[in-house]
Design a protein around this ligand. Sequence first.
Ligand code: ADP
Ligand code: MG
Length: 350
Amino acid sequence: MTTEHDVTTATAPASGRGAAQPLLDVRNLEVTYASGAAAVRGVDLTVDAGRKLGVAGESGCGKSTLALALLRLLPAGTRVTGEILLDGEDVLTMKWGRVRAVRWAGASIVFQGAMHSLNAVHKIGDQIAEPILLHKKATQAGARKKARELLEHVGLPGARADAYPHELSGGQRQRVMIAMALACDPRLIIADEPTTALDVMIQAQILRLIEQLVAEQDLGLVMISHDLAVLADTCDRLAVMYAGRVVEEGPARDVYERAQHPYGKALSAAFPRIGDAGSRFAPRGLPGDPPDPSALPAGCTFHPRCPVALDVCGTEDQSLRAAAPAHLAACVHVGSPVPQQAPAAAEGAP
Ligand code: ADP
Ligand code: MG
């Protein structure tokens, strides 16, 4: 992660949101790394305030690339096109000073593996206070007070502000990461596998904490996980990514229980229960791996692994189409109803 700090004054994101304008509106996002890897391909997503979008998919499907793109945290030389409208303002065309302000006060990211994201030699209270000092024009004392309040808000005693990261458990460190993400009162939280490194009990506690904070503060949430069951339990809507594309999207329970895309079906079968330890790291029953984004197969990128692929799938890619109310899937088997008996024939019967 880039750790650039802004010295200019951070302001809240431009308001002026119309009632119909989503908090986050991603349009036709494409990300190609300097290596030529097409990691995100034509992604459209929206998140309203107070809503929780889950982004699912196996490792390598472009989920973290998407998360990093949202705050322009991708390495130099990466080509990013499309629009990322945060409160109507395009993150991709913002000046750097504005981007840095938005990174804390507009949207912030909680990463997987809190130990690596925290600085081992600084007290956690100071680490939480740092963005508050930089972006909120707070005094030292004010920032320290806010850091303690944030710790209490995420369920840790304020006195833990004087602890070093190694003195905390994995779950406590992830709570600290969430406190940091909340430090500058963002409107949107992006959580990239926030509980993957935690055991099942702690995972559930952290998920409930995130849900509670989102509801209390009317935040938008983009929660990324390879575990469809976890997302179905936490989020309102789910987007399933495969090879850089959203191949299925819909109401969370619907996508989990009645997946329409063969990849969505495979993922939900692979995560049969929430917090199933056996299936947490590799989906079961799905042979092979997602394709290398530098050498994508022709046609539907899932066809080489697809149990129901037709000849056409090797040559023609499918775009998202309606599978059920508010539920889209990009599959040749979806949205093309089986030809019906011609109604005229029934009418003509004696
Ligand atoms: P996920 O989070 O779903 O596991 P990633 O977004 O991390 O997926 O990766 C998507 C694809 O982009 C992978 O094939 C990965 O190897 C590739 N990738 C990630 N980071 C880079 C990079 N810095 N340069 C080139 N390719 C990258
Ligand atoms: Mg990732």
